[in-house]
Design a binder for this molecule. Structure first.
Ligand SMILES: C[S@@+](CC[C@H](N)C(=O)[O-])C[C@H]1O[C@@H](n2cnc3c(N)ncnc32)[C@H](O)[C@@H]1O
Length: 216
């Protein structure tokens, strides 16, 4: 009872009210929103808009300092009222991630924050990030949902979308882990269920000189 109440209070006091549906758990939404507010990126790339769960919180944050969110999904999109509410902040592209990445590189709209929550294609996230890397400036933030791998204590974890990217991120010295919600353990005492995340990571790019800087 007290946990349920605490969850309601924290979420209601820290997160903007969201009348639209979405797929991330309350703690994950809260973290994503807090990270965006903390790092105040100017240009964000989101892969996997869905009906707009994560998109809503990224847009709410970016509105505060006139940032821009480029979000893509070739299959689903948020309702018209949602897109209207965030016009000027959110640019929704009905494209696959590789098409949006090519477009951003072509137009020199290099993201300083990236959020991946795309399809269950293991090699896609790795390919997409490796394509972006030469153009990123040090300090670029990277977050991904469904970061935890199947096979641990939480049997509800089935996603394989990070299965190739995660080992790369853990081995390379180009990226530094900043924060992590573990999908196989409880992250805060006050949530209702045993597990309150399916894994959500935050990394900071430490890589060398970006291709944009080098070309200048
Ligand atoms: C897990 S859902 C996203 C949920 C959303 N982020 C939220 O918080 O509610 C994954 C989405 O990726 C989309 N998708 C599928 N293939 C894609 C691709 N090649 N590029 C970008 N998005 C893709 C799917 O249509 C699906 O809506």
């Amino acid at each position: 009872m007290i946990r349920k109440l605490f969850t309601r209070v924290i979420v209601a006091s820290q997160l903007p009210r969201n009348p639209f549906p979405g797929e991330m758990l309350p703690l994950e939404r809260l973290r994503l929103f807090q990270w965006a507010c903390q790092f105040q990126p100017k240009t964000v790339l989101e892969v996997g808009t869905g009906v707009g769960g994560s998109t809503f919180y990224l847009s709410m944050a970016l509105q505060r300092w006139n940032g821009v969110l480029h979000s893509c999904d070739p299959v689903r999109q948020p309702p018209v009222g949602f897109l209207r509410r965030f016009s000027g902040t959110l640019v929704y592209h009905p494209w696959k991630s590789e098409q949006l990445i090519d477009h951003l590189l072509r137009t020199q709209s290099i993201p300083d924050m990236i959020f991946f929550d795309g399809p269950e294609i293991p090699e896609l996230a790795l390919q997409d990030l490796r394509k972006l890397e030469p153009f990123l400036a040090p300090g670029c933030m990277f977050a991904m949902h469904d970061w935890s791998q199947p096979g641990g204590r939480n049997s509800r974890i089935v996603s394989i979308k990070a299965s190739q990217l995660r080992p790369y991120m853990e081995q390379t010295d180009k990226w530094t882990l900043v924060d992590l919600l573990h999908g196989h353990s409880k992250n805060v005492w006050w949530t209702k269920r045993g597990y309150d995340s399916v894994g959500l990571c935050l990394y900071r790019y430490a890589g060398g000189t970006s291709a944009m800087t080098a070309a200048a």
